[in-house]
Structure formats: structure tokens, C-alpha cells
Write a protein that binds this ligand. Structure first.
Ligand SMILES: [Zn+2]
Length: 263
């Protein structure tokens, strides 16, 4: 099972920056999310594939036409929070407010109930019951926010809440302790390693950001030297790498994966 997902955020909407929280200056930075998401949508159209798009509420509020374009092309829409906070750096109350805000924005634009969620940076743990309770209260039934060192026996992992079960599709780390199936690590790894990891297992959660495909990825002193370097590394090649994966693997969306398992 190879699941194709994207986290739609602008190149500066990350939590990995020196000041930790940079939301107050996002409006002043040059946006590249439309241009870079366009590269993703073109590639998916070429392969006639649909995917799950976790969209940051802040991006949706600023660029509602981008959300409509993704939705009208038949892709699944999920929430990637509103402010891209690590859930462990904010209070449960603020997590609840952030989740609701992002869902309200996305639901207003699409007219559809949003039922999938991905936390910024895959920063939930399976035992974060407080967070899954809040997600369930907000109607989330599919989650993809947890990074695991080892593949669990059953995927999706079933998470029980007082409201309903949530199906968790985790990201699995490689033997080196970092993920291989998306983002900076997918770009930075030699292709022979990628091929090895993709052949080795039968479950892959692909995850990319628009910035992964930006051949002119900017840098900023908001980020560490490491973060700037990783953000800029091999972005020009990434579209070709994903193109190869889409040629070689039948990818599915998260809701297709959930139905596949249930069926
Ligand atoms: Zn993100």
C-alpha cells in the first residue's frame, strides 16, 4: 500500500525555526505556495492520480482559490492545523481552538465536512489521548500524525476515543531513524537507498510539501543553517523522483486506504 499525501503550507510556515513561532511575520514574506502546488497538481494530472491534501488553515484563509482548485480536481482535503504549532508546545485548549479554526476555514471553502487531520511535523504520539479526543469531537475519523520507529502489526492503528474510533496511518522511519518517504529526507537520500526502502516494505506513506519541488527555494534567517540547507537541497530533482515513484507504484489516497482495509 503506497499512500500519496501532501502537506500544503508555504515555505516559511514551519515550526522548525529559531524563534519557534513566526506567525506574526508570515504576511510579510513572499508567498510561493500557489506556484509550487501547481507543480504538484500538474504532475498528478499527468499520472491521472488523486491524493490527500492536508492544507494549513492559514494558507486556506489566504488562498481560498487554491483550496477550491485542489478540491475541484477531485483530491481529498484534510486539515494540517491552522498555525502549524507543534501540538506539544501549546495547551490542549489552544490545540482545540486551532483545530476548529482550520476545519471551519476549509469547510467554508469546500462546503464539505473535513474528516482527516495531520499534525504539523507528525508531532502526535499514539498515547496522546487528549489530542485524539479533541480531533474526534471535531469529526476527524482519519489521522496521519504519528511517526513510528517500527511498523506496527496492523495498519491503520485503531485509536479509541469516547466519541468514535480514529484510524491512524503512521509514518514509519527507515532503519537509520529518519523517514524516507517524503520531504527533505526523500530529496537528500541517494536514489539507490530510496529504491531499497521502497522495495523492502509494502507500506509507504508518501508526504511532500510544495517547497520540496521549488527549484529556487528561498532561505531565511528564521531557520537554522541545517534547516535552510535541507530545505534547499535537491529540490530541482524532487519532481523527477516523485514522477518515477508514480510510474512504479500504484498510489492511493488515505480514504481509499481506509476503505481498502475495511473492505
Ligand atoms: Zn507541515
Amino acid at each position: 500500500m503506497t499512500i500519496l499525501t501532501f502537506d500544503i503550507e508555504d515555505w516559511f510556515n514551519t515550526h522548525q525555526n529559531r524563534r519557534h513561532y513566526s506567525g506574526q511575520i508570515w504576511d510579510d514574506l513572499p508567498s510561493k505556495v500557489i506556484e509550487n502546488t501547481g507543480r504538484i497538481l500538474d504532475l498528478l494530472e499527468k499520472h491521472n492520480k488523486t491524493a490527500t491534501f492536508f492544507i494549513l488553515g492559514w494558507v486556506a484563509k489566504k488562498h481560498p482559490s487554491l483550496v477550491r482548485e485542489i478540491y475541484n480536481k477531485g483530491h481529498e482535503i484534510g486539515s494540517h492545523s491552522y498555525w502549524h504549532h507543534n501540538p506539544h508546545f501549546i495547551t490542549p485548549d489552544d490545540f482545540a481552538k486551532d483545530t476548529k479554526l482550520s476545519l471551519d476555514v476549509l469547510q467554508d471553502i469546500t462546503g464539505e465536512k473535513i474528516k482527516a487531520y495531520r499534525a504539523p511535523g507528525f508531532n502526535l504520539n499514539l498515547n496522546d489521548n487528549w489530542a485524539f479526543e479533541i480531533l474526534a469531537e471535531n469529526g476527524i475519523i482519519i489521522d496521519s500524525s504519528v511517526e513510528l520507529r517500527k511498523k506496527p502489526e496492523n495498519i491503520p492503528v485503531t485509536i479509541n476515543t469516547s466519541k468514535h474510533k480514529i484510524l491512524e496511518f503512521p509514518l514509519i522511519k527507515s532503519i537509520f531513524g529518519f523517514p524516507y518517504s517524503g520531504g527533505g529526507y526523500f530529496r537528500a537520500m541517494p536514489e539507490s537507498w530510496l529504491n531499497y526502502f521502497f522495495k523492502k516494505d509494502d507500506y509507504h506513506l508518501l508526504y511532500f510539501h510544495p517547497r520540496d519541488f521549488d527549484p529556487d527555494m528561498p532561505s531565511t534567517n528564521l531557520f537554522s543553517f541545517f534547516r535552510n540547507s535541507l530545505n534547499r537541497y535537491n529540490t530541482a530533482e524532487c519532481i523527477k523522483r516523485l514522477d518515477n515513484i508514480l510510474n512504479d507504484y500504484d498510489t492511493i489516497t488515505l480514504f481509499e486506504a481506509a476503505n481498502f482495509i475495511k473492505g
